[in-house]
Ligand binder design. Structure first.
Ligand SMILES: Cc1cc2nc3c(=O)[nH]c(=O)nc-3n(C[C@H](O)[C@H](O)[C@H](O)COP(=O)(O)O)c2cc1C
Length: 258
């Protein structure tokens, strides 16, 4: 019986965690979380749910997955959060959602990766990113050992006041997130290459009259923004001077969803 790691990613950090963990564990299949996926997943005896933390919780597409997936009884489930700076209590929300469905989140792991919310802050300098990547490989080995032994662990959180506060406000911030593409504009450097359309994990972008047009089912993963080879997608005045980010081992074919 195999392990499956269900993952969602916008800029490849979570995919890297999922791939590295799968390589450590062996006999592990990676399954991309989509709205149009197979929800009967009763063929695995361990399941990982790997996701980037958005507003201190899991992305809406991951919530939808948990609300619909069918696992076998007594399955071992672990969370694998990739986060940029403040984890808060994202795993606690995950645990509650799973409990509503009758499943147990046996462990909630978290790995600090470069933050990609570049609409809010700039990309980290290279040496800081490399320091995070170096820690990631050691951490994944530790996580693999715990998963292999089917360990039950406390869900990793930030227990400080800020962490607790953000755990409370996060779900409210997520409510409007599907409309967040309203903030995007395209500048004159866009050459209609269509990459934004192809990397969007929820098919929310259609190239129309040579430019991307966003609809209202955005997950706010920022894949379009970061993968644009011309950095032509902006969100407000500040992003033109900011960097763009994706994990160095993630490639465009990894991201294509069509
Ligand atoms: C809309 C949005 C919200 C985010 N919110 C948080 C957050 O609340 N806490 C945090 O630590 N990182 C946050 N981040 C950063 C990502 O969780 C982090 O960079 C993650 O590793 C990205 O994973 P990916 O490359 O698989 O998409 C946010 C990123 C985005 C795009």
């Amino acid at each position: 019986m195999k392990t499956k790691i269900f993952y969602f990613t916008g800029t490849g950090n979570t995919l890297k965690l999922a791939k590295d963990l799968a390589a450590e564990l062996g006999d592990t299949e990676l399954v991309r979380i989509r709205y149009d996926m197979e929800y009967d997943q009763t063929d695995c005896d361990a399941a990982g749910i790997a996701y980037p933390v958005y507003c201190f919780v899991q992305p809406n597409i991951v919530t939808n997955f948990i609300n619909n997936v069918k696992f076998r009884e007594n399955i071992y489930i672990f969370g694998l959060a990739s986060y940029g700076g403040l984890l808060a209590g994202s795993g606690i929300k995950l645990k509650k959602l799973l409990a509503k469905r009758g499943y147990v989140l046996n462990a909630g792991f978290a790995v600090n990766m470069p933050g990609n919310a570049t609409t809010v802050y700039d990309v980290l300098p290279e040496e800081k990113r490399n320091a995070m990547y170096a820690k990631e490989s050691t951490r994944i080995k530790e996580i693999a050992s715990m998963v292999r032994n089917r360990e039950t662990r406390e869900i990793e959180t930030n227990k400080g006041l800020l962490g607790r506060l953000m755990t409370a406000v996060g779900p409210m911030m997520m409510k409007g997130i599907n409309k967040s593409a309203k903030a995007f504009t395209v500048d004159e450097t866009c050459d209609s290459c269509g990459i934004c359309e192809n990397v969007c994990p929820v098919n929310n972008i259609v190239i129309t009259d040579g430019e991307p047009v966003w609809s209202d089912k955005c997950e706010c993963c920022l894949a379009c923004f970061h993968w644009c080879p011309k950095a032509a997608i902006q969100a407000g005045k500040k992003t033109a001077s900011r960097g763009r980010y994706h994990h160095p081992e993630a490639s465009l074919p990894d991201m294509y969803t069509r």
